[in-house]
Design a protein around this ligand. Sequence first.
Ligand code: 3PG
Length: 306
Amino acid sequence: MPKVLVATVKPFAPAAVEQIRKIIENAGYEFALLEKYPEQSDLHAAVSDADAMIIRSDKVDTDVIQAADKLKIVVRAGAGYDNIDLEAASSKEVVAMNTPGQNSNAVAELAIGMMVFMARNQLNGTSGSELKGKTIGIHAYGYVGRIVASIAQGFGMEVFAFDPFLEDSIFEEDEVTRVSSVEELYNSCQYISLHIPANDTTRKSINYDLLSLMPKGATLVNTARKEVVDEGSLHRILKERKDFSYVSDIAPDNAAELKSEFPDNCFFTPKKMGAQTSEANINAGAAAAEQIVQFLEKGDITFKVN
Ligand code: 3PG
């Protein structure tokens, strides 16, 4: 009987765990759960006899892959898979997958919520501003970016987007202005919402030169990955521009320093919570479980990323 391990430092909502369990057990597999584990060694032990594994932002490095003698598939219940060492997985013929789109609405809602929070001076009661009539730039127009655009349009914002990998028709359909360079995006928009993955090209790519292009009253919103923003640049721009704000769901390494120097201009959630809704957990968790069943039963590799 194949064993499926759900390993999440940041647990899913209980309803999502139950849904995953049902899918796994209905397929005739064994279900195992490891939540809030304090050490990577706990994961090594738990995965040692698992055939499949569902994770979130949990780190799956060479050591985890080496500890997993029977592992055939690991599914990241979510979008970004920068936490999986794909080479290590491939070298042991472990299939890696994600569940694109399944938690996007939750992340998009938080991005917009954080914009309102900053526009209203972190809800401190002083006179703030509105999103209506402001410009917003969506940096990478994937699942989350598209939903942010649609909600922003509902708020009466003017929406711009940059994504070199998509057809024009997507932007036309959504009535969003496509720009042809990141510089043009940052130059045109008071709000920028980041939706790029963390990889060798994007790490530290949001730098001083780019941020300096943003017009007066600029707010950078990060629900993507902390690594894509250059932290030195962030400190410099916050120091130079009293009108610049940074709000992020993934606190930078220099968060404490930024927060104490610029309390009114930056805000960080205590831990990454963009996808932390019951709905997103159920959608992504159930999709991951279904993908495992389809893979083990039929060899379906639709969402393979390695
Ligand atoms: C994702 O890549 O899907 C999001 O960043 C959510 O990550 P999480 O599952 O760790 O909350």
